[in-house]
Design a protein around this ligand. Structure first.
Ligand code: 4NP
Length: 173
């Protein structure tokens, strides 16, 4: 990427303690590996777990694949995020609806011209999970957390390809 200003991506789920922190760390891993100037954060549409570390099950399963979630802390999505971020990624369709609703409020507060965020699904470009939700693992078993990781890895690799084309359109082969 030629510009020094990072492209800013916000991963969003309901609680910001299971799916979106996993997405944040996994997407960062693949962006770093591809040397992309992308800054990544995560947030929840709810304020159920303010300032809490990611769920211990998410941390454990992530750690088994080499991802460290321990430094993250949950926060709620706010109007200002629509001004600050370039891309907001929803883990499921309910998140997507709630994000779109909050964006309309942000447009009222800041004016439409100041809103820069595009909104998309985490799985938007994923060939293995096309436009599929990342299912909420919170009330389920261990396999749900593995599934979140599988989807985040697959969708993150798809986003890296999108970013590479977006940032360096001439280098496409
Ligand atoms: P997340 O999972 O949206 O992937 O962070 C959840 C975490 C907590 C709750 C729901 C979903 N909760 O109801 O407390």
């Amino acid at each position: 990427m030629s510009s020094k200003t990072p492209y800013k991506v916000l991963c969003v789920c309901l609680g910001n303690i299971c799916r979106s922190p996993t997405a944040e760390i996994v997407l960062r891993h693949y962006c770093d590996e591809a040397n992309l100037n992308v800054m990544i954060d995560s947030a929840g549409t709810s304020n159920y777990h303010p300032n809490k570390a990611p769920d211990s099950r998410s941390q454990l399963h992530a750690k088994q694949r080499g991802y460290d979630l321990s430094a993250l802390r949950a926060r709620q999505l706010i109007h200002r995020d629509f001004v600050e971020f370039d891309l907001i990624l929803a883990m499921d369709y309910e998140n997507l609806e709630n994000i779109q609703q909050l964006m309309r409020q942000a447009q009222q507060e800041f004016g439409a011209s100041r809103i820069r965020a595009e909104i998309s699904l985490m799985s938007q470009h994923d060939p293995d999970y096309p436009q599929q939700e990342v299912p909420d693992p919170y009330y389920g078993g261990q396999d749900g957390f593995e599934h979140v990781l599988n989807q985040c890895e697959s969708s993150s690799q798809a986003w890296v390809q999108v970013f590479q084309k977006q940032f360096n359109p001439q280098s496409e082969q």
